[in-house]
Design a protein around this ligand. Structure first.
Ligand code: SF4
Ligand code: SF4
Length: 357
């Protein structure tokens, strides 16, 4: 893979130039939250954020979009969500998240709506630094060697730029004068030191190797019921997770009219309605059962099928769940460790009425 170099002051002009014919999405601060947004003012791009509120899956597959319209004459597919985009500032763990979605939506069950959007989106990754909630080193997703067109590694005054695809190379060729073709020995030394320092900065660690066995051995432990009593069934854990991929569809059709549309929107197996079938029967009405399913998928089933967890260590669920149900507290419970979490402190009587949402 070719590695070249870009002075920091040339990054924004480069992004401006390459986004003349594509939307550019990048992290920006909005109302005290960092989100991926369509960029109009390039000075607003946040180059230093650790994570965005929602993962980059929202740029490929929006939270809701139209799949097709029904007209009096037939169906019209709608791919308006899949316009040409550049996704800049995506960190290694989130690129790993997209690679997991690729397996599901491009290989196992080809999904034209995902495939079209993914093919039209160029991925420009950016290196990052862990905070106390990141554990990407434990999932081995803190480094990335595929799944991007360009990847920018932040050295103090410049970026080393990994060219990961011919589409990435074409972007470079639009402004070759911006780049130095060969990093210096000092750049390589700085990169080596940066990697060592970054890799020792991860404070949160989870041993995923033992998780499939522990999920099996502790399937009926009482802590699941405890979590189930505290869980609000809000679905936020799935919304923020870069690898969660469930969706539902809804038809909008007026009986009096010949036209209608089918909309697709993100769904979550932690929502009670997710498991509801005909006649209102719900085969996973108990919240604890839904949580067990979520974690079985992340920490056991996906590992059995693909050899790695369906968790990329981004830390979003640690920051999002209002009652502290997350990969860290669940893995600690599975390992029999003390867990300081809201769900573990909640008195039983205060939560009994929530046991079956
Ligand atoms: S399970 Fe939590 S830490 Fe893991 S990828 Fe999903 S949101 Fe991130
Ligand atoms: S585990 Fe937390 S974030 Fe997920 S549905 Fe329950 S309360 Fe909401």
């Amino acid at each position: 893979m070719k590695v070249i170099k870009l002075e920091k002051k040339k990054l924004i002009p480069f992004l401006q130039f390459i986004s003349q014919e594509r939307e550019l999405w990048a992290p920006v601060k909005k109302n005290d939250r960092i989100i991926y947004d369509l960029i109009e003012d390039f000075t607003c791009i946040d180059m230093n954020t650790t994570r965005t509120l929602l993962p980059p899956k929202k740029v490929i597959i929006p939270q809701q979009f139209n799949m097709f319209r029904v007209t009096g004459l037939g169906y019209e597919s709608d791919y308006s969500h899949a316009v040409k985009k550049i996704l800049f500032g995506i960190h290694p763990c989130d690129i790993h998240g997209l690679l997991i979605l690729d397996k599901l939506f491009m290989q196992d069950h080809p999904d034209p709506y995902y495939i079209e959007a993914r093919r039209n989106t160029l991925i420009l990754g950016l290196s990052c630094w862990p905070d106390e909630h990141c554990f990407a080193r434990s999932t081995n997703t803190h480094i990335i060697r595929e799944g991007f067109d360009l990847f920018f590694t932040d050295l103090e005054h410049s970026y080393l730029v990994w060219v990961g695809s011919s589409a990435g190379d074409d972007l470079i060729k639009l402004k070759p004068e911006f780049f130095e073709q060969k990093p210096t020995d000092q750049d390589i030394q700085d990169f080596t030191y940066m990697q060592i320092e970054r890799d020792t900065s991860y404070k949160t660690k989870i041993n995923f190797i033992s998780m499939p066995d522990l999920m099996e051995l502790k399937y009926n432990e009482t802590f699941w019921e405890k979590m189930g009593r505290a869980c609000l069934g809000c679905g936020s854990c799935s919304m923020v997770c870069p690898t969660c991929n469930c969706y539902n569809v809804i038809d909008r059709h007026l009986i009096s009219e010949e036209t209608g549309e089918r909309r697709r929107y993100w769904d979550s197996c932690t929502l009670c309605e997710y498991s509801e079938v005909a006649e209102g029967v719900n085969f996973r009405k108990n919240c604890a059962d839904r949580l067990r399913l979520w974690y079985t998928h992340k920490m056991q089933a996906f590992i059995s099928k693909y050899g790695k967890a369906s968790c990329v260590g981004c830390g979003r669920c640690l920051l999002t769940c209002p009652v502290d149900i997350n990969v860290l507290t669940v893995s600690k419970s599975l390992q029999g460790k003390d867990v300081y979490a809201y769900w573990n402190r909640l008195p039983r009587e205060a939560s009994d009425d929530k046991s079956s949402k």
